[in-house]
Write a protein that binds this ligand. Structure first.
Ligand SMILES: Nc1ncnc2c1ncn2[C@@H]1O[C@H](COP(=O)(O)OP(=O)(O)OP(=O)(O)O)[C@@H](O)[C@H]1O
Ligand SMILES: [Mg+2]
Length: 729
């Protein structure tokens, strides 16, 4: 009997691997076997072999791809989100689609570099768009920006365009202290430190939060830790490590996280967005990605955003679900996080929780890598769909084929797969089968300017909402505080203008009106009120050709900012820029420093030379030293030239605000003897700025430095809020 069983098994196995056989007929013949007498049985066996073996041998000989059994056309459609085509050997049979259940259960794709992983995502994105499913993709190699060109509603955000105060922008409905714990946990795990979050760091955040009336940033946390010296040695050690970890994050993500509130994070999960992480250090990038993902996870958890019933691709699914795409997944979900001491002794990385529960919250991850052993186990354990392409390493072949459910004999086929050919298996749905994905032309490389322009509408929308939230937060603060102490009686616009100027020290009138979205007439009224109350001063001076109006804050205004809990560092910075020799002088110093920085110079503002002499700006590039002096009124030329004659610098730039002063200084200079005149550039400030602009704009660079041309880079600079603008290292 068992001989018949074996034969039957063998035949069934072969039948399942080749398409186009009369399966029903063969099945009937096989079923007749046990009842036939020996002679008849032999005839039957011959007949079956003729039907099957010849076809099978033919098929397998001609086929480069392995022969595996495959899901039938009916079983393969899923809910119609097609990821590729079912194959039998080389023959492409029918499309393979995922179900909504599969989509929620994560997909794990592994293949050697250059074997079509990213191309597979491009196919998927096409499908997601067709089915109106949202996605958020993290891109490490600027591979994905071409998608924004191809599809109208795919947007690219570069990491530095994000704004997200991870400490204040807490998931709706979640206790903020609980959230801080998660954020610090992510910081600990992503920075690879052997320590979880000590309670006293949480205490510091809480103190700052209370003291600043509901405001705190990572920057303030770092400053506070630096200034604090605890009685306990252990706490100091903790602090030193935490400080270092927070320093790294602040250093890289300064303008992103050290903001008042930032973007509404949930909006990132309601569209089709690519966030470019290039060229951010991967541990810092991973911190940012994880806080964004965990934020949305907890928001959904606390707001019961779940799918209540088993569903197909209906509108409820489409409106809630978001696919998270992690190409180069070993970077985002580096498995070292699970194996660190923090994990083994204290807490699992937050992402581990995410991967095991995200399906409940209508989030699913599509992760791809060439280094499967560096991807978190929590993800692999929760990946319902497994897709493996070419892999050469034998250990990996063994591991992956066992995850796929291939038998030991078939392991080697993983080493022979061609580009775009995969062995796939969906848990609970299919056995391992051959899947093929089509090649897609990726399109031309896109320049930054192009990407920027296409994604502008999204960023503008996010920014507008942000502004609204931040204004609201500030007004709540003002109202609360005015119950305790006397504050000047200002209109809402008055307060917002004051606060805006406080954080955007170099913005001029037109920029401010636009940012606040108020009419010119209203602005004039508000301005007058602030002038009358001695809170602002007008700073009017020529920039380029025309005069521009800037505002500086008075000591009065700064005192109020202090009462409202605004960062002390920024207040100190304001005192510096509005103090002697004045706002305009510092404005130009900043413009010049920023432009030199773009050109690769290293510089210091108000720099002391060896003999105690001070220059306004000291710049160095490849050993070449340059001093820049801004002379708004004095005519003290002889003294300035000494830095050259004393060989403390190689070049001297003397800049003047007005034509007459400049002419006067020049004639003085011309009369001087024994000075290296060829090493002195003397002229008007705005001419020198234009000169720098022209160098910056040079033909090879145009398009990359958007926004830096006219004055201070608007966008970048406006974000800055660490009070460090003047001295950029
Ligand atoms: N199905 C396919 N058939 C033929 N060629 C393909 C297929 N898919 C991708 N390719 C080609 O292979 C090359 C690499 O593809 P892709 O960038 O998708 O690989 P990858 O696995 O993402 O690589 P990496 O790990 O380096 O990011 C591309 O030039 C692409 O055109
Ligand atoms: Mg790739």
């Amino acid at each position: 009997m068992s001989e018949i069983d074996d034969f039957r098994q063998e035949i069934m196995d072969k039948v399942s691997k080749i398409p186009g056989l009369p399966r029903g007929y063969i099945d009937t013949l096989l079923r007749m076997l046990p009842y036939a007498n020996e002679r008849r049985r032999k005839k039957l066996v011959d007949k079956i072999k003729r039907l099957v073996e010849t076809k099978f041998n033919e098929h397998s000989m001609r086929s480069k791809n392995p022969l595996l059994s495959f899901p039938s056309k009916e079983d393969a459609v899923g809910d119609g989100v097609i990821i590729g085509y079912v194959c039998s050997g080389d023959r492409v049979l029918h499309p393979f689609g995922l179900t909504t259940e599969n989509l929620r259960e994560n997909e794990f794709v592994v293949a050697r570099s250059g074997h079509g992983k990213t191309t597979m995502v491009f196919n998927l994105v096409d499908q997601l768009i067709q089915h109106e499913i949202c996605f958020l993709s993290f891109d490490w190699k600027q591979d994905y920006r071409t998608l924004a060109k191809k599809y109208d509603d795919v947007y690219v955000i570069r990491w530095h365009e994000l704004a997200y105060n991870v400490l204040i922008n807490c998931p709706e409905g979640m206790d903020i202290k609980l959230w801080w714990r998660i954020v610090l946990d992510i910081a600990a795990h992503s920075q690879g430190l052997l320590m979880a979050t000590p309670a006293h760091i949480l205490r510091v955040i809480e103190e700052l939060y209370e003291h600043n009336k509901g405001q705190v940033t990572f920057r303030e946390l770092e400053n506070h830790l630096k200034s604090q010296h605890s009685e306990s040695r252990k706490e100091n050690e903790y602090s030193a490590i935490a400080e270092n970890r927070i320093f790294n994050i602040n250093q890289a993500l300064d303008k992103v996280i050290n903001v008042k509130y930032g973007f509404e994070i949930k909006d990132l999960f309601r569209k089709r967005i690519i966030i470019e992480m290039f060229p951010l250090d991967f541990s810092v990038a991973s911190f940012l990605i994880q806080t964004i993902i965990m934020h949305e996870f907890y928001r959904r958890l606390y707001n019961q955003v779940r799918l209540n019933r088993k569903s197909t691709l209906d509108s409820e699914f489409k409106s809630k679900f978001c696919k998270i795409i992690m190409d180069e997944a070993h970077l985002t979900q580096y498995s070292g996080q699970e194996r660190s001491l923090v994990s083994t002794e204290l807490s699992l990385p937050p992402l581990a929780t995410f991967f095991s529960q995200s399906r409940e919250m209508m989030l699913g991850t599509f992760a791809l890598t060439q280094f499967p052993h560096l991807v978190m186990d929590a993800f692999k354990d929760n990946a319902g769909t497994m897709i493996v392409g070419n892999i050469v390493e034998t250990d990996q072949q063994r591991d992956l084929s066992s995850s796929l459910g291939l038998d030991r004999d078939s392991e080697k086929i993983l080493g022979k797969l061609e580009k775009g050919t995969w062995i796939a298996r969906v848990a609970g749905r299919t056995k391992p089968f051959v899947l093929k994905t089509p090649d897609i032309k990726k399109g031309d490389l896109l320049a930054d300017a192009d990407v920027l322009q296409r994604s502008r509408p999204l960023i503008t929308a996010l920014d507008m909402k942000r502004q609204e939230i931040e204004s609201r937060m500030f007004m709540v603060q003002v109202e609360k505080k005015s119950e305790e102490v006397h504050l000047p009686d200002l209109t809402k616009e008055g307060w917002l203008l004051l606060d805006y100027v406080f954080f955007h020290e170099w913005s001029y009138q037109q920029q401010i009106t636009e940012a606040l979205g108020i009419s010119d007439r209203k602005f004039a009224k508000v301005k007058q009120d602030l002038l009358d109350k001695n809170l602002i001063r007008i700073q009017k001076f020529p920039v380029k050709v025309h005069d521009r109006i800037h505002f500086s804050l008075t000591p009065n205004a700064l005192e109020i900012m202090k009462i409202l809990g605004r960062p002390a560092q920024r207040i100190g910075y304001w005192k510096w820029i509005s103090g002697v020799p004045g706002y305009e002088h510092h404005y130009w110093l900043n413009v010049l420093r920023v432009k030199h920085k773009i050109l690769g110079w290293n510089g210091r503002v108000e720099y002391d030379l060896k003999d105690g002499r001070r220059v306004d700006l000291y710049e160095e590039l490849n050993g070449h030293r340059k001093a820049v002096e801004i002379e708004l009124s004095t005519k003290d030329v002889e003294n300035k030239v000494r830095v050259l004659t004393d060989r403390e610098v190689d070049d001297l730039v003397l800049l003047y605000r007005e034509e007459s002063t400049f002419q006067f200084a020049r004639s003085k200079l011309e009369r001087m003897e024994n000075i290296p005149k060829e090493k002195i550039w003397i002229g008007l400030i705005r001419d020198y700025v234009e000169l720098l602009d022209n160098v910056i704009k040079g033909p090879e660079k145009s398009g990359n430095i958007e926004g830096t041309g006219s004055t201070v880079p608007d966008h970048e600079q406006n974000r800055k809020d660490n009070g460090n603008n003047g001295v950029i290292g």
